[in-house]
Structure formats: C-alpha cells, structure tokens
Design a protein around this ligand. Structure first.
Ligand code: NI
Length: 185
C-alpha cells in the first residue's frame, strides 16, 4: 500500500521515533508499504517518520553510482515503462545505531518531504551502522559516499531532524517563506 508522505514544515516530522520491540507481522507490513511508497515516489530512502509512523524503521535503495543516481533523479515523475532500472539494493534498517563515523564530504541532498528542493549538506563520508533487518536479524554495515550520506539523512528523520536543519538560518528562512507561499497558492 502506498502511504501519504508528510511534507515540510509539518510538525509531525519533528517526532522522535520509538524503538521497535519486536519485528512482527505489523512491522513487516510497515516495511513492505514503505518500500512500495519509496519506489512509487522514486526516492532512494524513506523513514517511517515521513509516513507518520513514529518507529525506528528506515528503507533505502541507493543506486550503485552517481550516474545511476542522476538517471533516477532525471526520470523521477516520468511514468513511462522505459525507466532505467537502477534499483537493486533494497536495505531495511530497524533500530539503527551509528557506531563509527569518519571523514567529511559535501553532497547535494533532497528529500521526499521537501519536494523540489535540493541543497548541499556536509556529513561524515564513512560510517558504520548496526541495525536489525526486516527478518529481525542483526547486521553491521560499513558505508561510504552516497550510501553513507543517505543513511545519515534517514537516521536524522528518526530523530525529527530534516536535512534543511543543517543549512544556514538564512537559507532555512527563505525555504520556509517559499513553502508557505506555495501552500497558500
Ligand atoms: Ni528525507
């Protein structure tokens, strides 16, 4: 089932997600719906917070290369069947914890909850994360570059933080004004 996504500046996006007690059928259905929603929107990651479910659950499918990522962005909202297949790495993180970070890198980020807006954010470029997968099994992942950026972005959502919070106050003010104008129409 495709679920509606909350949009900035909705205050529900500020909710801190709770730990999942058990990876039961309810959580498995949530994960399935989150994948469906993410793929329908051509996103590369989605946190449960964004669909108003305040549990520590994230799904992701990050393209192999920057070229594949750009192709995906270019084809977003293009409903033809000729969309290139750049989706191969479904990843689910339940109760994720970052155990190590190193380096710094700037990447242009976007977010399904902040449609049509992109900005450069500096984050660690290598991270180690521990989580449960959708079978409830513990795994450790060492990630770098776009994957590391995406994990940090999605984990922020679980803490009620959006990528735009990392921007200068002036940029945030401009975005908020633009968004309010758009909502008014
Ligand atoms: Ni996001």
């Amino acid at each position: 089932m495709i679920l509606p996504i909350l949009n900035y500046p909705d205050s529900r996006l500020r909710t801190k997600a709770k730990e999942v007690d058990a990876v039961d059928d309810k959580i498995k259905t949530l994960v399935k719906d989150m994948y469906e929603t993410m793929y329908a929107e051509d996103g590369i990651g989605l946190a449960a917070t964004q669909i108003d479910q305040h549990l520590q659950v994230v799904v992701m499918d990050v393209p192999d290369s920057q070229d594949d990522y750009e192709l995906l962005l270019k084809n977003r909202k293009n409903d033809s069947d000729k969309k290139p297949d750049t989706r191969h790495h479904p990843l689910c993180f339940i109760n994720p914890k970052v155990t190590n970070t190193s380096g710094h890198e700037k990447h242009v980020e976007g977010c399904l909850s902040v449609p049509g807006y992109h900005a450069e954010v500096e984050r660690a470029n290598q991270i180690t994360v521990e989580a449960l997968n959708e079978q409830g099994e513990m795994f450790t992942l060492h990630a770098s570059n776009l994957l590391a950026v995406c994990i940090q972005h999605e984990l922020d959502h679980l803490d009620g933080i959006l990528f735009v919070d990392h921007l200068s106050k002036l940029k945030q003010k401009r975005l908020l004004e633009k968004t309010k104008k758009a909502i008014k129409g």
